[in-house]
Design a binder for this molecule. Structure first.
Ligand code: ZN
Ligand code: ZN
Length: 557
């Protein structure tokens, strides 16, 4: 995990303040690319200390245990399952959960005669507390338990929903302590669409939903007036790579993937967004075929959820940084009504698709339509980019502050083809303060109908560009420094190779000099041969460079 420290201005009417988030680091290509920012965003989202939520979950589980037990049919197996559910929740939710809060559930459950079972939970929880500093960093301060007032404030609506807006904008909200909470979390920030994780995306297996969670999810969906088939966009696990060649690993990835799709259908969710995958160095066409095969199989095992391929930033073996990758996957999908595409503005910009000016934006959209087709466009992720154009780096930034700037989002918010599609923010938050998203949603909605030369828009664009200027400069300086270091390294490498070649030539020369009488003639021959060798060594260096360029994704756009 990359280090945390970055300053960014917040959104309008707020003071500038520090916010911590993943600011750097390349994706880890263990099994699949995991965008550093995304990953950390998720970490902050999921690891957010929600002592109250944890305690109430534990209490609820304990109460469930009590109900189950009263039937007198509890087996060791479901005891274990319940315990694991609680532990799983605790691990997912909070690395800093306080022991005392879990004790509350212990006391309660003891009264109902479940001391044995709950004691084991308590022990596990303590273990997870003990692990916390290791995972979250030595200097991480322990967070205080929230007061009643703070808890109440967390439930207060932050913005009204613009129900009449043709664009359905929202954010990737937390579903901690119950998948149904995602609905209320979305409603609270004024989101008309939203994304969520259907299970922990850091683990391969999660316990199934309880019927009560599913019922609550559907009830909230109805009361809060969301269209779950159209405007909810779950995000797949970062662990899953459907392009995986290794049979065992591929089976593991598929199992997790199909589990997610079935979860989506159990909640009546119509879309499921995921990262296409990584070739892991294998031939691209074969990797693409493996993805399509997995999708075909998954479509047969489910009935309606549409699998949505996300556009990627393009790092090494990542599939999806070019529209052509997605086109090629779709071409191999048998049931075209079950496959779609999600444009991530940050990823695509970073992959070389320039969305900034109205002209370049139009060209990109035209290219999208020609290569993939708007009929496949199912969703958008709205993120500004901390990394410059065509940098192939996946670093999300708040709207208007990054290298995309507000102009790109004005373009997006005036594209009729996006009407009624879920448009989801995955922008960084300071201290999990979701009011940032509430403001960003309103900001984006305010761009609808604004012309590029509208003085109101130009003033707004400048205001945001100015706020993000320092951070953009910092990133550029860093990249420049990195490039310089890379250049220096390469120069040294070249120098070493040349020295080595010269040394070897000298050795050759000495060997040939052995018959002492022929020494003079050989010298001349050697000098000219030396020059040509050095040329060829330079050539081979260049070849190596161009090879590595070819293997990385894109650079063309
Ligand atoms: Zn994603
Ligand atoms: Zn995304």
């Amino acid at each position: 995990m990359a280090k945390r420290s970055r300053q960014a201005p917040s959104l309008p009417s707020d003071d500038n303040s520090d916010f911590s988030q993943d600011s750097d680091g390349d994706p880890d290509f263990g099994n699949i690319s995991q965008p550093a920012t995304q990953s950390l965003l998720q970490d902050t989202r999921v690891r957010k200390p929600r002592s109250a939520a944890v305690a109430s979950t534990a209490k609820r589980r304990a109460a469930d245990a009590e109900d189950d037990e009263s039937d007198g049919e509890t087996t060791v197996k479901n005891k274990k399952a319940r315990r694991n559910t609680i532990i799983g929740k605790l691990e997912d939710l909070d690395f800093e959960v306080e022991k005392s809060e879990v004790s509350a559930s212990v006391t309660k459950t003891r009264k109902s005669g479940k001391a044995l079972e709950v004691e084991s939970v308590s022990a596990k929880t303590t273990k997870s507390i003990a692990k916390a500093p290791e995972k979250s960093g030595k200097d991480t301060p322990k967070r205080k338990r929230k007061t009643k007032e703070e808890k109440a404030a967390e439930k207060m609506p932050l913005a009204d929903r613009a129900l009449k807006c043709a664009f359905k904008i929202g954010a990737h909200v937390s579903s901690a302590a119950g998948v149904e909470n995602s609905v209320t979390n979305a409603d609270r920030i004024g989101a008309n669409a939203f994304a969520l994780f259907l299970k922990s995306q850091r683990k391969w297996e999660s316990p199934p939903y309880k019927p009560a969670n599913v019922t609550a999810f559907k009830k909230f969906t109805k009361t809060k007036n969301y269209d779950s088939r159209k405007h909810m966009l779950p995000h797949g696990s970062y662990l899953v790579n459907l392009a995986q060649k290794d049979t065992e690993k591929a089976a593991k990835a598929y199992t997790s993937f199909i589990d997610d799709l079935k979860r989506a259908e159990s909640l009546d969710i119509g879309l499921f967004n995921f990262h296409p995958g990584s070739t892991l160095g294998e031939p691209r066409d074969e990797a693409i075929e493996r993805i399509a095969n997995a999708l075909n199989k998954a479509h047969k095992e489910t009935s309606f959820v549409r699998t949505v391929l996300e556009t990627m930033a393009g790092q090494g073996n990542v599939i999806g940084c070019k529209f052509e990758d997605l086109r090629d996957i779709i071409a191999l999908v048998e049931d075209k009504s079950r496959v779609g595409v999600c444009i991530d503005t940050c990823h695509s910009f970073s992959a070389g698709y320039d969305l900034r000016s109205p002209e370049t934006y139009r060209a990109v959209m035209k290219e999208f339509d020609e290569v993939i087709g708007f009929k496949y466009l199912s969703a958008l992720h709205l993120n500004d980019s901390k990394a410059p154009f065509n940098s192939h780096r996946d670093l999300h930034q708040n709207i208007g502050l990054g290298f995309l700037g507000l102009s790109a989002f004005r373009n997006v918010m005036n594209t009729k083809e996006f009407h009624d599609l879920p448009m989801v923010l995955e922008t960084p938050l300071e201290d999990d303060d979701v009011s940032v998203w509430a403001k960003e949603i309103k900001l984006l909605e305010s761009l609808v109908g604004l012309e590029a030369d509208d003085p109101k828009f130009l003033a707004l664009e400048k205001e945001y560009a100015d706020k993000g200027a320092a951070e953009r400069k910092e990133v550029l300086d860093k990249l420049e420094k990195r490039e310089a270091e890379k250049g220096e390294k390469e120069a040294k490498k070249k120098e070493r190779a040349e020295k080595k070649a010269a040394k070897e030539k000298l050795k050759d020369e000495k060997a040939r000099k052995k018959p002492p009488k022929k020494a003079t003639g050989t010298k001349r021959g050697k000098a000219s041969k030396g020059a040509s060798d050095s040329d060829s060594s330079e050539l081979s260096e260049l070849e190596t460079e161009s090879d590595s360029d070819a293997s990385s994704c894109g650079g063309k756009h």
